[in-house]
Design a protein around this ligand. Sequence first.
Ligand code: SF4
Length: 300
Amino acid sequence: MLSVPCDALRRQGYQFFSTRSSAAVKPCLWCKSDLRSRGACYKYQFYGIESYRCVQMTPTLRCTQRCLYCWRSFEHEVTSEEEIAPEEIVSRIADLQKRAIAGFKVSSDVSLERFSEAARPKHVAISLAGEPTCYSHLPELIDLFHHEGCTTFLVSNGTRPWVLEHCRPTQMYLSLSAPDQEIYRRLCRPKSDASESWERVQESLDLLGGRRSAVRITLIHGINDCSPERYAAMVQDSGAMFVEVKGYMYLGFSRRRMRRENMPEHHEVRRFAEEISKYADYCIADENEKSRVALLRRCA
Ligand code: SF4
C-alpha cells in the first residue's frame, strides 16, 4: 500500500523521482541565493561547499522519530513506498535539480555559465527530511555519488547505527538534540522505545571518531538549552571532528508545534557553544550570525 504525500510537498518545491517513492530533491534557499550570487550557506564559510552546486535530497521521507522541531508535516507521514534503486537516483538527480531551478535560467542576475554549473552538482547533502538510514541501499548510494565525482554530507538522527557503520560519506553528521534521555523522549518522540532509541543514538556517536564527522546540536530556547556539560561529555567521547551548535528556526510545519520564542538569538547560541567548549576539548572555530550557528572544532 503506497502513501506518499506528493501533492502537498510538490507545492513546497519537492521534486520526486517517482509517484511511488518518497525519494526527493528540493533546492534550499541558499542554493537559489548563491545561484544569483546573493550569498551562500554557512557550509561554504565552514567547509567550502558551494551552495549553488549543492543538491539537497533524501532517498526516503520515512523516519524513526517525530521531532517537535521537524519541518515535516506528521499529518502526511510516509508509511510505505517502493524504493528507487541507487543507480537510478544517481543517474537522474542532476535532471531533477535542473528542473527545480529551471526558472533561474532566464533570470537577469544568473549567467548561463553559472546556471549550467548549478545543473551539474558537485555536492550532495543527504539531509532534506526523513531519516536516510531507513533507505535500504544507503551505503551503496553514497559510494555511487562518490564514483560520479560528488562529495556527500549525510545527516542522520543516529537511531540506526547498524546502517551508519556501513556508510562512508565525505562528512557524517549526527543530530544530538538532547542532553539526556528524558528531554530526548519529549523532544524527538522516537517511534520505538525511548530508552532503546537513546542507546542507539549513543552507539552512533561512537562511530564518529577517526572520520570526518560533525555532531549537530539544534538549540531550542527553553527546551534543550540546558546542561552543556552533558552535551560536552557526549561529544568528547564521540571523538567527532566538529560540533555545530545551531539555533532552531521557526519554519515549515514546526510552527504548529513550537513558538517563535523557541528560537535562540545568535549570541545565545554562541554562548552555549562556549559553555560546551569549557567542558570538552573543542574550541570555537567559526560562527555565522545570519544562520545562528557556531562551529566548534576538536582541538586536542
Ligand atoms: S529525525 Fe529529522 S526528519 Fe525525523 S522527525 Fe526528527 S527532524 Fe524530522
